[in-house]
Design a protein around this ligand. Sequence first.
Ligand SMILES: NC(=O)C1=CN([C@@H]2O[C@H](COP(=O)(O)OP(=O)(O)OC[C@H]3O[C@@H](n4cnc5c(N)ncnc54)[C@H](OP(=O)(O)O)[C@@H]3O)[C@@H](O)[C@H]2O)C=CC1
Ligand SMILES: O=C(O)CCC(=O)C(=O)O
Length: 450
Amino acid sequence: MTTLKQILHFIKERNPHEPEFHQAVEEVFESIQPLLKDNGIYIREKVFERLCEPERIVSFKVCWTDDNNQVQVNKGYRVQMNSAIGPYKGGLRFHPSVNQSILKFLAFEQIFKNALTGLPLGAGKGGADFDPKGKSDGEIMRFCQSWMTEAYRHIGHFTDVPAGDIGVGEREIGYLFGAYKKIKNEFQGMITGKGLDWGGSHLRPEATGYGLIHFAQFMLAEIDEALENKVCLVSGAGNVSQFAMEKLLQEKAKVVAFSDSTGFVHDPDGINESKLSYIKDIKNGQKKSVAVYAEKYKNAVFTEAGKSSIWSIPADCAFPCATQNELTLDDAKELKSNKLILLAEGANMPTTPDAIAFIRKTRILYGPGKAANAGGVAVSGLEMSQNRLGRYWTKSDLEKELRTLMKTIQENCLVTIHDYGLKEHDYLNAANMSAFVKVSKAMMAQGIFG
Ligand SMILES: NC(=O)C1=CN([C@@H]2O[C@H](COP(=O)(O)OP(=O)(O)OC[C@H]3O[C@@H](n4cnc5c(N)ncnc54)[C@H](OP(=O)(O)O)[C@@H]3O)[C@@H](O)[C@H]2O)C=CC1
Ligand SMILES: O=C(O)CCC(=O)C(=O)O
């Protein structure tokens, strides 16, 4: 008889040297303990073991020439994790830190997140250990074209539909889409995050950040609180962060800090629309460090990475929107001692396990990324629907859809909390359990190939 401990041990042994993947797996495994204990079928059918094994990993070389005519070689990947409820779906990350462990953790998280959206989306993730920083448009284009020259075989609107993630925005999506169209001679919605004039959807750029803030509003409403006048910290200064800040401003919250890989800015006066436009210009146009912001606004202070943490600034709400494991136990303790009310994750797995365990023992509301940042992939799902119909929906249609989707995810969590007798506001276990049940059912219905 297999014990629960043996299952986790087996998965870790089968996937050595993959700490991020282990971390993501262990979190879900902990959450679903009651389900595994009460339902022998999950054990007999080896559902968790099957969920942890990617259906396919494609790993390939990406050769391209830089502007000095030097040959460059990178590692490219696509992890096709699970297709029980729809075609593989998830972003591409171009960052020097990319490796198989990171992409497997991201693809694994995507299984549950995508299930929570209620849309027919399987799970995948991919990318390359390519660093877009400092590269010319021509170099980025040649890299994307080379990546797609291999990956196109595995991608398609009913097979696997990538999108953006760290280092991949509309420019990269355009080059990837163009390469696919050229190779296949087909104009199809095989990638999301496209430009509005060539098959993209209104609100996809905004969706992750806006959806995160909607989710936070719904969580706060449960304790009769609102975002107005709340002091907020938003890490990162990229896509998710920029639109989280934008929505927070619309909701009259006060954003006093943001960051990037070089450090963080504390602006005690709070940012406003014109300051946010400047942040967008620094990051999307000039492609510089956020340090530049502090040179322009007199009360703003820039602190270099490693010297202190953005999470040491007193605030009511914290939104980690940069990268994995960016918020540690020490950060969590400091946030608590500064009387934080809510922590909602825009990034994937940004909070370390010990920090999550600490937060969950306090009264701080915790919104796990799988639920809180699902707005991005949800609007990607709606982009796929529009592509299949050959129609565009209006911005106001999509605004309504996004808000409703985020509300439905939150309400499903509340129902799961009630049905399984979880602790009040236990969004973490609720999200993991309800998504697990949904995907497992689909897998078992499809036999052992499911
Ligand atoms: N884009 C989307 O729709 C979705 C994204 N996510 C997640 O949100 C997070 C941010 O993604 P996104 O905004 O798209 O990416 P971007 O590339 O647009 O922005 C990433 C931001 O995070 C900072 N950052 C990246 N790596 C590090 C690091 N190791 N240490 C400190 N700062 C870092 C970057 O700083 P710098 O500019 O200096 O590199 C940048 O400010 C990721 O975890 C992603 O997986 C989740 C759901 C959907
Ligand atoms: O829009 C998508 O398909 C992917 C978004 C994503 O990568 C994520 O949710 O982490």
